[in-house]
Write a protein that binds this ligand. Sequence first.
Ligand code: NAP
Length: 277
Amino acid sequence: MIDGKAVAAKLRATVAVRVASLRFTPGLAVILVGDDPASAVYVRSKDRAAKEAGIAARTIRMPADTPEVLLLAEIARLNADPDTDGILVQLPLPPHIDAVAVIEAIDPAKDVDGFHPLNVGALASGRPALVPCTPAGVMKLLHHAGVQLSGARALVLGRSSIVGRPMALLLLAADATVTIAHSRTRDLAGECRRAEVLIAATGRPEMVRGDWIGEGATVIDVGIDRLPDGRLVGDVAYAECAERAGAITPVPGGVGPMTIACLLENTVEAAVRRRGG
Ligand code: NAP
């Protein structure tokens, strides 16, 4: 079992040491629009983790009916604020707000989620700047588990812009042979079985079954899915898949903690690039 909690704790400690060595305090602003309970939990965790690492974090809460223009004005203010190094707008946004316009309004140098088109383009052209936190966290877990990526057959299940696509680009940059699978893929089970490294990011609870896993494969489960009975599971049927996998992440305690740790790292990275070490 790849222990994401432990790897994330180490990374957070490393970030804290780096923050302590700086001659300024990096600043992170997290904007939460509305009162989606899951988003509120994520934002609280990010805020707490940032403060523990010595980052000056603040959460800006805006009501669900905030007009888009007010949100854009807040982002413009933070873009211009010299003490703010990282800006994160918690997604999803209420339906009346254009999330693409909001992401594009963030200064790319402060875009610690790595979702701005300039950062996406940099990653796609092999010159990564600020990399999306979840795929960055997966790469660190693979590194920690000693997985040899160069030449390996890697399959990314899911093609969202926040997980699947950047994940595939990072694996490609690490010289893996990458396949991206999605809801139109034929013979999904067969594609999965051929993979030496399988990253699942579909949001479909436990859809990856034990007999989809190649013997000894590394399985990373990005999914965070709530079952009707309230239990939290991943996209991978853990017990079945663990029998065949060489290494596997649990849910919770796998990728989730890494996402937050990488957000802290991105914040410090953005701060140092902007202000110097
Ligand atoms: P998303 O935007 O809904 O994308 C899901 C992807 O999975 C899509 O590309 C979709 O294919 C594909 N897919 C859905 N059903 C499928 C099926 N039956 N067979 C094959 N492919 C299928 O989701 P997301 O934002 O990437 O998130 C994915 C999961 O990761 C969710 O459980 C989310 O909660 C979790 N997540 C976790 C973290 C973390 O920190 N651990 C961070 C972000 C997300 P199409 O494109 O063809 O529709």
